[in-house]
Design a protein around this ligand. Structure first.
Ligand SMILES: Cc1cc2nc3c(=O)[nH]c(=O)nc-3n(C[C@H](O)[C@H](O)[C@H](O)COP(=O)(O)O)c2cc1C
Length: 341
């Protein structure tokens, strides 16, 4: 698959995810095998109004390339202005969000609302493609609801508008993030357009990546929730595709080191206090399946600086048995890689 200058075969991509895919997480995923990573969606109005917090989200670093910036908005003028500004941050590509389902996005004519107005979407995307020099891609869904699946028409219009690739989250807007993604649409789209098609939705483990490639003609597979707390999904999927088996063992040392590396990178990007607090959402994923972990996790929820987090995790690593609490196991601890222990 080639998107502009980005060339990847059987690419495994990290999806844009709000409050998740900041520089620190993108770097971790790149190090573990993601072929292309995306920023979270960035609001076009905030970009053109030069909101400092919004502009922070546009910052990328050299080590994470190739990287795409994703923007969203429903208003033509501000989207074009935002596209130009976002391109000046020099990403490898610019992605337009046409799939976000949440009410305040859709209510402003942005995200998945564009699926209801294919002509408007086409004009918007064509203008952006004609305005900026870097490749433009779009991430959308199969349709608004099950009675209004119009992804074929959308794909054809967007190909005409000049996009370099299309990511299809194989759910409808009304599904939100629930239910199974319907991958059968990928081949139907592939039969009608020539641009690369990236499959997204319900890719939670390395075997799903393998299945997505073997069951569909997708040019690349994009991982979203499957990477949160388990960024090794990229390493595992690559091993599986190349050798037919997963050899990497994700042991306690790997879990703790990666969790702390992610935190350290975040500290460098957003400052210690904010990074430590925001990292709380990742602990349960990184620590899934680890013995006697509940008291460690509770302590980490209260940690206020990086050293406290390191100390707690390293002490646990040295002697997990010292953390036995004799409390009944929580539901999340009864699960290991999706199997009940
Ligand atoms: C926490 C979270 C934040 C998300 N933020 C974005 C976003 O900023 N832009 C976007 O295009 N999709 C966003 N998504 C949707 C994902 O990129 C992806 O399309 C969706 O999770 C389906 O993939 P999955 O079933 O493999 O998780 C988000 C999803 C989650 C869970």
């Amino acid at each position: 698959m080639k998107i502009g200058t980005v060339e990847i075969e059987k690419g495994i991509l990290l999806a844009p995810m709000e409050d998740i895919t900041d520089v620190s997480f993108r770097l971790v995923c790149r190090e573990l095998g993601a072929d292309l990573v995306y920023t979270e969606f960035v609001n076009a109005e905030g970009i053109v109004r030069k909101n400092a917090k919004t502009h922070k989200k546009l910052e990328i670093c050299e080590e994470e390339r190739p990287v795409g910036i994703q923007i969203y908005g429903g208003e033509l003028k501000s989207m074009i202005g935002a596209a130009e500004i976002a391109a000046s941050y020099n990403p490898d590509l610019l992605d337009i969000n046409a799939g976000c389902w949440v009410k305040n996005v859709v209510g402003n004519g942005a995200g998945a609302a564009l699926l209801k107005e294919p002509e408007k979407m086409e004009v918007l995307i064509r203008e952006i493609v004609d305005t900026i020099k870097i490749p433009v891609t779009v991430k959308t869904r199969i349709g608004w609801d099950e009675r209004n699946i119009n992804i074929i028409e959308i794909a054809q219009r967007l190909e005409d508008a000049g996009i370099a690739a299309l990511t299809v989250h194989c759910r409808t807007r009304t599904q939100g993030h629930n239910g199974d993604a319907d991958w059968s649409w990928i081949d139907k789209i592939k039969q009608r357009v020539k641009i690369p098609i990236i499959l997204n939705g319900s890719v939670f483990a390395a075997h799903d990546v393998q299945r997505a490639f073997s069951e569909t003609g997708a040019d690349a597979v994009m991982v979203a929730r499957g990477a949160i707390g388990h960024p090794w999904i990229f390493t595992e999927a690559k091993e599986l595709l190349q050798t037919g088996k997963i050899s990497t063992v994700i042991d306690i040392e790997k879990r703790i080191s990666t969790c702390l590396r992610h935190l350290k990178l975040a500290v460098g990007v957003k400052g210690e206090r904010r990074a430590v607090i925001e990292h709380r959402k990742f602990y349960s994923g990184y620590m899934k399946g680890m013995r006697n972990i509940s008291s460690v996790r509770s302590a980490l929820m209260k940690a206020e600086n990086y050293d406290q987090a390191v100390d707690m995790l390293r002490r646990y690593q040295e002697d997990p048995e010292a953390f036995i609490t004799h409390k009944p196991l929580e539901e999340s601890e009864l699960l290991y890689n999706g199997n009940c222990l």
